[in-house]
Design a protein around this ligand. Structure first.
Ligand code: FAD
Length: 523
């Protein structure tokens, strides 16, 4: 009879030499050697400052409850650096440096704090007319004394979040009530504040989407934790709003403005997810580069074998290229959009459109690559890639877990590709618009000719093969013909499409019917 698994004792496997070599300081050292050439002196110093703080704080991280570290990070103004706060300038590039430091300390902390300080923080910061309660929430979140969760996704509406169903009702005194369920709210299980989208008319979400601030303890608000194995220390939740009524000063964005705010928030959110993904990739690569030079098999360090070194070199080239691109996107966002928002001005819609596409490209590449990179490095480490020992500097397994979440957040892969596709169209339209129109006209002419041929064939069949067709088939042909001709005359696009695709099918089965009837007559 085996003993119960819960009675089995754990041991530690990783040798001290490996563990020490994989220290946070050593991983930072590898990353700095690669990233410093892309940074100004001031940015290099900032990264070093973040890293030193993380080295000191690492011992305080609780992997089973990532929130305990929030006030300490807040004290050092290390919960976000994208937006200006407490006399410190805001910069997406600085945010990327922050992610690199924090992710190495604990990838789960990086994930949860980005959701609180960037996703919820931005939603409050982007409101130039923040009420006192909203300003208080923002400060508490950025100080790390409170945690925020953003509510967009619903059970029926994930990628299609715009068509959300959470019903918002605004009362005469401008207080408002929410009814609906949000799912996957990161930090939702422990959040003090919820920044949540709703619509006053579900049939017209674009015009009526709003954003409201809710607090833990609001009557009717219930948060239930979800079991997400890849993120054991993070409280991701289903949040139910059952007739939750809150005062007018909780309105972050009025109906209609909420829709613009959602999209204005998604670009920096994607930049932050890009930087979280890249931060994970750099620590993953650092782990592989260090480990493969220490682990010996067949008398040589693993890095001496091309089967290992080429895998790592391929990752290295991709991660370096993605990082350079991401820094460029961050700079563009800061100069053209972020700065305007920080000054309470409206950014130029062309610039917002451009950076939305750039951010989608960066997020698509970086998020997709993060799991690939983690998986590949785990493989280069053999069995030591699978272990996850408390207090160990070998975080590859935890990094791999978090990496598998990066693509789904902030718009899944295909949603990024849809935005990128819009970029393909938008950036060619100016130069090739007239050729596109001509091609469309040519296609329409060809289609018209084909339809004309089908009409002639149908008319011929109705006269020449009438005796071989059933009444039902003749009726169907006549009906399709009449409707199609009317659609052509009246330029009714829907009917034209429907009957020009129906007629060939009816003709096809009518042809078979006539052939069978002729054959039967001959025999
Ligand atoms: C760990 C985690 C944390 C999260 N945190 C938050 C949070 O804090 N707040 C929040 O609001 N949400 C959050 N989300 C939700 C996340 O944003 C959604 O899961 C995501 O938008 C996808 O929605 P869905 O899960 O309903 O998938 P679906 O929309 O059902 O998509 C399933 C698949 O279909 C594809 N797909 C969908 N539509 C199309 C299309 N038109 N063409 C081609 N392919 C398509 C998708 O790319 C995906 O591959 C989180 C999710 C996870 C897993």
């Amino acid at each position: 009879m085996p003993i119960k698994l819960s009675d089995a004792v754990y041991t530690n496997l990783l040798e001290k030499n490996f563990d020490k070599a994989l220290s946070l300081r050593n991983r930072y050292s590898f990353i700095n050697a690669n990233i410093f050439p892309l940074l100004s002196k001031e940015e290099q110093e900032l990264l070093l400052e973040f890293e030193e703080n993380c080295i000191k704080l690492q011992k305080d991280v609780n992997r089973d409850d990532v929130y305990t570290i929030a006030p300490k990070l807040g004290e050092k103004r290390m919960l976000q650096r994208m937006n200006p706060y407490d006399g410190i300038e805001g910069s997406s590039k600085h945010q990327m440096l922050l992610n690199i430091a924090v992710n190495g300390m604990a990838p789960e902390v990086d994930f949860a704090m980005t959701a609180s300080s960037i996703l919820v923080g931005n939603s409050l910061f982007h409101n130039p007319k923040r009420t006192d309660v909203q300003q208080k929430a923002l400060e508490e979140i950025w100080d790390g004394t409170a945690i925020g969760g953003i509510g967009i996704t619903e059970m029926q509406n994930g990628s299609d979040a715009v068509n959300m169903k959470t019903q918002a009702t605004i009362h005469d005194d401008k207080s408002f009530t929410y009814n609906g369920i949000k799912i996957y709210t990161t930090n939702g299980a422990v959040a003090d504040y919820y920044s949540t989208y709703g619509v006053t008319d579900i049939s017209n979400p674009r015009r009526t989407m709003m954003l409201g601030l809710f607090k833990r303890g609001d009557e009717g608000l219930k948060a239930e934790r979800l079991r997400i194995p890849a993120a054991p220390g993070i409280g991701i939740a289903k949040v139910t709003y059952d007739n939750v009524t809150v005062p007018a000063d909780r309105m972050i964005a009025e109906p209609g403005e909420g829709y613009r705010r959602l999209f204005r928030g998604l670009t920096p959110e994607r930049i932050a997810i890009t930087s979280g993904s890249l931060a994970g990739e750099w620590h993953t690569l650092a782990t592989g580069a260090i480990f493969s030079q220490i682990r010996y098999q067949f008398g040589k360090p693993l890095l001496k074998y091309q089967g290992i070194s080429h895998v790592l070199s391929d990752l290295y080239a991709h991660i370096a290229a993605y990082t350079a691109f991401a820094f460029q996107v961050a700079d563009f966002y800061d100069k053209k959009v972020g700065k305007k928002i920080h000054q309470g001005e409206k950014p130029n819609p062309m610039d917002e459109g451009t950076v939305a596409i750039l951010a989608a490209q960066a997020k698509y590449l970086a998020a997709k690559y993060s799991l690939h990179a983690a998986y590949e490095v785990v493989q280069t480490m053999g069995g030591r890639g699978a272990i996850n020992e408390p207090g160990s500097q070998n975080m590859i397994n935890r990094g791999e877990n978090v990496a598998r979440l990066m693509e789904v957040l902030g718009g899944h892969r295909n949603i990024q590709l849809m935005i990128i596709e819009a970029g393909l169209k938008a950036t060619t339209m100016m130069s090739i618009d007239r050729f596109v129109k001509k091609a469309r006209k040519n296609e329409e002419k060809t289609n018209a000719k084909v339809i004309e041929l089908y009409i002639q064939r149908a008319e011929k069949m109705l006269t020449e093969d009438a005796e071989f067709l059933s009444e039902n088939t003749k009726n169907q042909l006549n009906e399709a013909l009449t409707r199609l001709k009317t659609a052509i005359e009246t330029k009714h696009k829907v009917d034209l499409k429907a009957y020009s695709s129906a007629l060939p099918k009816i003709l096809n089965s009518a042809g078979k019917e006539a052939y069978q009837a002729r054959k039967a007559q001959k025999s």
